[in-house]
Design a protein around this ligand. Structure first.
Ligand SMILES: Cc1cc2nc3c(=O)[nH]c(=O)nc-3n(C[C@H](O)[C@H](O)[C@H](O)COP(=O)(O)O)c2cc1C
Length: 348
């Protein structure tokens, strides 16, 4: 066989091997590749979600703070742009969670992701009785086991490398703790993934597929402001840091994003609020609220208005692997190719 034909033959074999490695994830999602576009508030709307699904991945709408009517419209608009499967991500503490689940069920959304906390039994039942598959986030092994027992159809384990709200443990450790133990349902990995060979490593450890956010936020189809995307291209991994908490008495939810004027002002704001609390000017509750309100609307300001100095530029450490703005289909093809090349190198 001529060398080119031999190479093509090896590549077909490597692609088939990759297909087998993430077969469970592909089957669960109904997609060509087991790559989810992690929901990102303000970013994961009809255009990005449909682009990811049309490229063979699995787009997920971020419901964020949308109400039921807005969500229903977003689902319909997404369906108009893709005939491929996509999901909806709902935040468990949303005051209208029940109505949002109903909207998903009525629109026949196939997969509902419940994020931001452990879902209640009632929410799990509502999703499953409605005929949708339920994906939940498992921040630790005990919770992963409990979620698998109580009806989650799949899990996402998201390491602290990720952009947005994060837990304390890296994907490297979560994967070792959880992947060998949870075999009954597919487990998708997230956080810090920017290359296909890294995804391959996770599949070989037992992951069903991977979820990426940061790389897709910087895609051509992402509606994020050009300044937001340009900041991603400029940044390296070390620029994406978790928010800092000044005092144990006033907890700050850890959010990973690019360091900017806003993150510096947040420290000053915490120090000033502490001083006002200590002087008796503010009660503890009022001081906590002052701290929590600092970031209200800040992600929207950064993503939509392009205020990358004052807003919250949520980004994962994988931002260092964003070197240009690329179409979603190219990002996905690149990830798949990197996994295939890694398999080919090994075979050689
Ligand atoms: C700008 C931004 C906003 C995000 N918003 C949400 C969200 O609303 N809900 C959610 O479950 N995850 C959210 N995430 C997390 C992503 O869905 C995904 O799990 C994460 O980005 C994966 O890590 P990576 O950024 O290293 O790829 C967000 C991430 C980013 C970067």
């Amino acid at each position: 066989m001529p060398p080119d034909a031999l190479l093509a033959d090896h590549e077909v074999t490597a692609r088939a091997q990759l297909d087998r490695l993430w077969a469970r994830g592909r089957e669960f999602l109904g997609t060509e590749f087991a790559i989810l576009g992690g929901a990102m508030s303000w970013v994961s709307e009809r255009h990005l979600v449909s682009a990811i699904s049309n490229a063979g991945g699995f787009g997920v709408i971020a419901c964020g703070s949308m109400g039921p009517d807005l969500l229903a419209r977003e689902i319909e608009a997404t369906k108009a742009l893709t005939g491929k499967p996509f999901g909806v991500n709902l935040i468990t503490m949303h005051p209208q969670l029940d109505d949002l689940i109903r909207v998903c069920i009525e629109a026949r959304v196939g997969h509902v992701v419940l994020a931001g906390g452990i879902p209640s039994g009632a929410a799990v039942r509502a999703v499953k009785d409605g005929g949708a598959k339920l994906i939940a986030f498992a921040p630790a092994l005990v919770l992963a086991k409990r979620l698998a027992r109580t009806g989650a159809d799949a899990l996402v384990i998201e390491g602290s490398e990720a952009g947005g709200h994060i837990g304390p443990v890296s994907l490297t450790v979560l994967a070792q703790e959880i992947l060998p133990q949870i075999r009954d349902i597919p487990v998708f990995v997230a956080g810090g993934l920017g290359r296909g060979d890294a995804i391959l490593g996770m599949l070989e450890m037992g992951a069903a597929g991977a979820q990426l956010g940061t790389r897709f936020a910087a895609s051509s189809e992402s509606i994020a402001h050009d300044r937001y995307k340009a900041a991603f291209v400029r940044a390296s991994a070390r620029d994406a840091l978790p928010s800092v908490q000044l005092d144990d008495r006033f907890p700050v939810i850890p959010v990973r994003g690019l360091v900017n004027e806003g993150t510096k002002r947040f420290l000053v704001h915490q120090a000033e609020t502490l001083r006002r609390f200590q002087s008796g000017e503010l009660t503890k509750e009022a001081a906590q609220l002052e701290i929590e309100h600092f970031w209200a609307g800040a992600l929207r300001r950064a993503v939509i208005d392009g205020d990358i100095e004052g807003g919250s530029v949520m980004a994962g450490q994988s931002v260092g692997m964003v070197t240009q703005i690329q179409p979603t289909a190219v990002i996905i093809a690149e990830l798949v190719d990197q996994a295939v090349q890694a398999l080919l190198r090994r075979a050689a």
